[in-house]
Design a protein around this ligand. Structure first.
Ligand code: SF4
Length: 231
């Protein structure tokens, strides 16, 4: 079994969930939370992970020691964030975890399509955040052209035929049912089959001046050829 490589040890890990049934569909998984993100979404629920220079990190050797102790008990390991693809050490870290026999999941906002394309052969499942229509992304992330990156990432994941779940946590102001239906229509047109709408929690938003989330009627989801789950 290879020891942690120098490349993987550079992965900046800010948190580790030892067991979850929620983060990789149908599998028992651990989640590794990676530091850093190029975007600054006003409703971000993981503000503490945005910095690239955190005060405290979990050493990669500690992560690997934990995962080795869970072989046969867990099915999968999910890399989440922050934005995991922001870190150059991600591919090396995934490669090491794969050697332990776990399936690999990735939570991403699709900020770096080219990096994501290079990672696809290492992945078994992806949860991709699509936050809004492409033109509206800068109002959500604060970053020009972020919508082009996210929707390009969607296109390449669909083209790769990788197991994919598209998720939206609607930001207040972009959460009216008419807007979400327009968004879902664009997803369906591209071939998305599995879609999750996640609740936006006011108390956890980094910008507390945002208004309260729209209260979606659970029975008012559009009739589209799309499996829609609420979380
Ligand atoms: S992409 Fe995700 S982690 Fe980054 S700022 Fe937005 S919500 Fe937070």
């Amino acid at each position: 079994m290879p020891l942690a490589s120098s490349a993987a040890t550079r992965l900046r890990v800010g948190g580790l969930t030892p067991l979850t049934t929620q983060d990789y569909p149908g599998e028992l998984a651990a989640v590794i939370f990676c530091h850093g993100c190029p975007w600054r979404c006003r409703y971000c629920h993981n503000d503490h992970l945005l910095t690239t220079t955190p005060d405290e990190l979990i050493a990669w050797a500690e992560v690997m020691a934990f995962l080795k102790s869970r072989r046969g008990l867990l099915d999968a390991v999910v890399f989440s964030g922050g934005e995991p693809t922001a870190q150059g050490a991600l591919a090396a870290a995934i490669t090491e975890v794969r050697t332990l026999g776990f399936k690999i999941g990735l939570h991403t906002g699709g900020a770096y399509p080219q990096r994501l394309a290079a990672l696809i052969p290492l992945l078994d499942w992806v949860g991709l955040d699509i936050k809004a229509l492409a033109a509206d992304y800068p109002q959500v992330t604060g970053v020009p052209d972020s919508g082009r990156a996210a929707w390009a990432s969607l296109e390449l994941l669909l083209a790769a035929n990788l197991a994919l779940e598209v998720r939206t946590t609607p930001m207040p102001g972009f959460d009216h049912p008419d807007y979400l239906e327009q968004l879902m229509q664009q997803l369906v047109a591209r071939g998305v089959q599995h879609y999750v709408i996640q609740s936006c929690h006011s108390a956890r938003m980094r910008d507390q001046t945002l208004g309260a989330p729209y209260t979606l009627n659970p029975h008012a989801l559009p009739n589209l050829p799309l499996t829609i789950e609420r979380r």
